[in-house]
Ligand binder design. Structure first.
Ligand code: ASP
Length: 280
């Protein structure tokens, strides 16, 4: 059983050492807690559990603490992929929901599995997700100061469960200052993808990630026989010509875990029951 999570990027220039330590501690707590949860739950359930904890922590740009778009509103995106059934579900630009990843979980059982905008928000309300403002004063301050770049955020999780099943879940508050209607990579197969061989979750600049079809490419390459390391190396090399900004975490069916980023440094943590590994 394995759990790997990420909490977006860490930018030395705009974040203090105190924030860095706080993020490392939060990742360790959430990775260990999710590993305990995995003892009695499936990969899908655990991925949703882990991402919900990350969404609830205002240190990260997903759920509570999401970035504000150019018109002053918060719109969030999240997706979930069950590697064993190959079902992807998600919400794009949903508003005023505490845990977008939990709406994605409900959508696993619906025919129309990816909903956007008002349709996603209405669906959430119909399924008992109460109106909840995910705005925090710090983000409003940044918005007012027009400081969009406080570090690229997003959260994600990949899990391998006791039955050898994989799942990937990703949730984001976006880049910040987006044109309303902009689509994040997080609820696309570029930002979140899994099958029976490999699961991947991304963070970074959504446009770069979609241009590189990153998660889908890594999973396809592992499926076709590449090691995780080889699949990452080739896929990240393909981001180079346009200086694509991305970071990814992954687990393969044998329990190998891997992570890579194109720019320093992705905030990640992994736990295998014995060792917790995190970013430096
Ligand atoms: N990938 C997200 C997006 O472009 C942002 C992020 O990872 O922070 O919406």
């Amino acid at each position: 059983m394995k759990v790997i999570i990420h909490g977006g990027f860490f930018s030395e220039s705009s974040q203090s050492n105190e924030t860095k330590v706080a993020k490392q501690q939060a990742l360790e707590r959430i990775a260990r807690d999710s590993y305990d949860y995995l003892q009695t739950h499936s990969a899908v359930e655990t991925a949703v559990y882990a991402v919900s904890l990350l969404e609830d922590d205002e240190l990260f740009n997903a759920g509570i603490g999401s970035q504000i778009q150019s018109d002053g509103k918060i719109r969030m995106s999240a997706s979930l992929m069950d590697g064993s059934t190959q079902k992807m579900s998600g919400v794009i630009n949903i508003e005023e929901v505490k845990n977008p990843i939990q709406v994605a979980l409900v959508l696993q059982k619906v025919d129309d599995r990816i909903l956007g905008g008002e349709g996603a928000t209405n669906f959430a309300r119909q399924h008992g997700f109460e109106q909840f403002s995910t705005e925090i004063p710090q983000r409003r301050k940044e918005y007012e100061a027009k400081l969009a770049a406080t570090g690229v955020g997003t959260v994600g999780c990949v899990v391998l469960d006791a039955d050898g099943k994989l799942a990937a879940a990703t949730s984001t508050g976006g880049k910040g200052f987006e044109i309303p209607g902009r689509i994040s990579d997080s609820a696309t197969v570029a930002g979140n993808y899994a099958n029976e061989f490999c699961g991947v979750s991304l963070t970074g600049v959504g446009e770069d990630i979609v241009s590189g079809a990153v998660a889908a490419k890594i999973v396809t390459r592992v499926t076709d026989g590449f090691s995780l390391q080889e699949a990452f190396a080739k896929t990240f090399a393909e981001l180079k010509p346009y200086d694509g900004f991305a970071g990814a975490i992954a687990i393969d069916k044998n329990g190998n875990m891997f992570h890579q980023d194109s720019h320093p440094s992705m905030v990640f943590g992994s736990f295998d029951g014995e060792v917790f590994e995190t970013f430096k």
